[in-house]
Design a protein around this ligand. Structure first.
Ligand code: SAH
Ligand code: AVI
Length: 328
């Protein structure tokens, strides 16, 4: 069994960053918070519950595609390493790792995530299940420049779950370009993307009957209360998730139920009027043209586009079209 960690930022640096991000986001005309702050241990666990909800079709649809497509794909590529952005529980990743083990090519797995405790827990489980695999956890923010350990190629870079959809197009291009800059000519990139479909199906996925998504949404306020000593009253906010048909995306908000003032030490008093919202997440939905355009802008070529018969979800496969900028 082999374990390594490629941790980067210290708690102090992360707190400074959180303070800056929150001060900036809450000063905007449409108040917003960065969705990466959902994912403390509780937030990561709540996301896992979301993936099992009857309304949240994304995870099941992606898993089905991976199960049908990955064995053949891995058999051809024979990757020695898998690098995964936003790995979380890495539950679907096991489909890829199983195929790598079956192909006899599996050497290293590098899951990268901001949610450090949760990632280490996932890594422990993987090390038990795949004793021959070196699991190197990388704690960090994939929207910043990627610092990866030295790994054996060919490498498959994976970004699953449609997490790309949580970013505006320009930011998504920056993330994809960062990945492209790390890719050697025989490496491949695998992206999971949620597809555009009827609005009722999409909106139901973000407004589940059991209220787990609402709890997940409110969790970001718990994080700010704990980390910054803020005094958000969670009962004073209501979860709202609506689909923007023009921009093809879900917007998740926390609506202020009444006029209120929230206090955050080191930032100050934040007044919110009745009905005013804090936008906490975007979740864009795609078609082939939209992903093709993001890939092109990021210096990636889109080689394959795989959707199931249900038309719910897509896997996009690509390679770096410009060659590596920073990796030998
Ligand atoms: N890939 C998994 C988990 C998706 S949830 C799946 O498909 O089910 C999104 C994951 O990305 C979480 O684990 C979260 O902690 C991580 N994440 C969100 N923003 C991030 C960022 N900016 N940098 C690194 N990880 C991030
Ligand atoms: C991680 N990300 C792709 C999820 C999504 O669907 O946008 C997060 C989520 N938000 C609400 N439900 C799930």
């Amino acid at each position: 069994m082999s374990e390594r960690s490629n941790g980067t930022s210290s708690a102090g640096v992360q707190r400074e960053q959180l303070l800056r991000d929150v001060a900036r986001g809450l000063a905007m005309p449409q108040k917003e918070l960065d969705p990466k702050y959902f994912y403390d241990e509780r937030g990561s666990a709540l996301f896992e519950l979301i993936t099992e909800l009857p309304e949240y079709y994304l995870t099941r649809a992606e898993r089905k595609l991976l199960e049908s497509e990955i064995p053949g794909f891995i058999g051809q590529l024979q990757p020695r390493s898998l690098v995964e952005l936003g790995a979380g529980s890495a539950s679907k990743t096991r489909v890829i790792l199983d195929a790598m083990v079956h192909a006899g090519s599996a050497a290293q797995y590098v899951p990268l995530d901001v949610s450090s405790e949760f990632l280490e827990e996932s890594a422990r489980g993987l090390r038990e299940s795949y004793p021959g695999l070196e699991v190197i956890t990388a704690i960090g923010d994939f929207s910043q420049k990627l610092t990866l350990p030295d790994i054996e190629g060919p490498t498959l870079f994976a970004f699953l779950g449609s997490t790309i959809g949580n970013f505006e197009d320009d930011a998504a291009v920056t993330i994809l370009a960062n990945i492209a800059s790390q890719m050697r000519p025989d490496d491949r990139f695998l992206l999971g993307a949620d597809l555009r479909k009827d609005v009722a199906t999409i909106e139901a996925a973000y407004n589940d009957e059991a209220g787990v998504t609402a709890e997940f949404n409110l969790n970001v306020l718990r994080v700010l209360n704990r980390e910054l000593g803020a005094d958000f009253d969670l009962a004073a906010f209501r979860h709202r998730a609506i689909y923007d048909r023009d921009r093809h995306r879900i917007e998740m908000h926390l609506d202020s139920i009444d006029d209120q003032v929230v206090s955050i030490p080191q930032i100050g008093e934040i007044p919110l009027s009745q009905g005013e919202s804090i936008r906490t997440e975007l979740s864009s939905k795609y078609d082939r043209a939209a992903i093709g355009s993001l890939f092109r802008r990021a210096g990636l070529c889109l080689d394959d586009w795989i959707t199931g018969a249900d038309g719910l979800f897509a896997l996009a496969v690509g390679g770096a079209s410009r060659g590596p900028d920073s990796r030998p």
